[in-house]
Design a protein around this ligand. Structure first.
Ligand SMILES: C[S@@+](CC[C@H](N)C(=O)[O-])C[C@H]1O[C@@H](n2cnc3c(N)ncnc32)[C@H](O)[C@@H]1O
Length: 227
C-alpha cells in the first residue's frame, strides 16, 4: 500500500484534504472515512431507507458505499463523483467487492449542475447521501445537491448530508479554524450554516428538515425529507 499526497482534482485543488492510501487493486482508503463510517452507518440504520436504493454524491474513495452495503444486506448503492481519481477508486471497489450487484456506478456527476445526466433516470431511488462535499466546493455544489434531491427523490425520500456546519451564526472553535483553513485554500469554500444557508435551500426544493444528529468531532448528520 502506497501513501499518496493530497488528491488533486480537475480544478487543480486537493479534493481530500488528507493523505489517502491506494491498494494494488486501485481501491483507495481515507483515514477520515475509516473513522466516521460506523457512526454514520448507525444513523443510516435509524433514519434512512437501508432496504432501498441510495445514490451517493461525491463518493470519494468509495469506502462508505462498500461499508454500508456490507452492513445492510438489502441496500442498493450507486456511487458518483466528478473527480477522475475518485471515480477510478469507486470502480475498483465495485470490481473487488462482491455485493451481488447492489453496489453500482460510478456515475460521472457534478452536483452543481442543473442536470445530473444518467442519475436523472435512476429507477426506484429512495435516498441521496453526501458526506464532506458542501464545504469543500463552491456554494453552487450545495445548491445543486439540494435542487437535485428535490428533483430526483420521490415523496418521502430522504437526503442525508454529513459534515461540519455552523448553526444559526454559531460555530464550534474547531469548525471555525477549519473554515479559515478552507477559505485560505479557496475563498469559495467554507463551513456552511445549516439554518441560514442550507435549510432555506431545502425548503425551496420541497424538502423539510427531518433530523439533525450530533456526530463525533463537531460534525452533524442532517436528514431532509421530500414532502
Ligand atoms: C473530501 S472528499 C469526500 C469524499 C467522501 N464523501 C468522504 O466523505 O470520504 C470531497 C469529494 O467531493 C467531490 N466533489 C467536489 N465537488 C463536487 C461536485 N460539484 N460534484 C460532485 N462531487 C464533487 C470530490 O471529487 C471529492 O470526491
Amino acid at each position: 500500500m502506497a501513501e499518496d499526497q493530497d488528491d488533486i482534482g480537475a480544478s487543480g485543488k486537493s479534493v481530500a484534504l488528507e493523505n489517502r492510501n491506494t491498494g494494488e487493486d486501485g481501491r483507495r482508503y481515507s483515514p477520515s472515512a475509516a473513522r466516521n463510517r460506523d457512526a454514520i452507518a448507525d444513523v443510516l440504520a435509524a433514519h434512512m431507507p437501508v432496504d432501498g436504493h441510495i445514490l451517493e454524491i461525491a463518493s470519494g474513495t468509495g469506502e462508505h458505499g462498500a461499508a454500508f452495503t456490507d452492513r445492510f444486506e438489502s441496500l442498493h448503492w450507486t456511487y458518483s463523483d466528478l473527480d477522475e481519481i475518485s471515480l477510478s477508486s469507486q470502480t475498483a471497489w465495485v470490481d473487488h467487492t462482491d455485493r451481488g450487484g447492489r453496489l453500482g456506478g460510478p456515475l460521472r456527476l457534478d452536483a452543481s449542475k442543473s442536470h445530473w445526466g444518467e442519475a436523472e433516470s435512476l429507477a426506484d431511488l429512495n435516498g441521496i447521501f453526501c458526506a464532506n462535499m458542501i464545504h469543500i466546493a463552491p456554494f453552487e455544489a450545495a445548491e445543486g445537491l439540494i435542487a437535485g434531491a428535490g428533483r430526483l427523490l420521490p415523496p418521502g425520500g430522504k437526503l442525508f448530508i454529513y459534515g461540519p456546519f455552523a448553526r444559526d451564526g454559531a460555530i464550534a472553535d474547531s469548525n471555525a479554524r477549519f473554515d479559515s483553513d478552507l477559505k485560505r485554500r479557496d475563498e469559495s469554500w467554507g463551513v456552511r450554516d445549516l439554518d441560514r444557508e442550507v435549510v432555506p435551500l431545502a425548503q425551496s426544493a420541497g424538502l423539510t428538515l427531518h433530523k439533525v444528529i450530533e456526530m463525533p468531532a463537531n460534525n452533524l448528520s442532517v436528514i431532509f425529507q421530500k414532502a
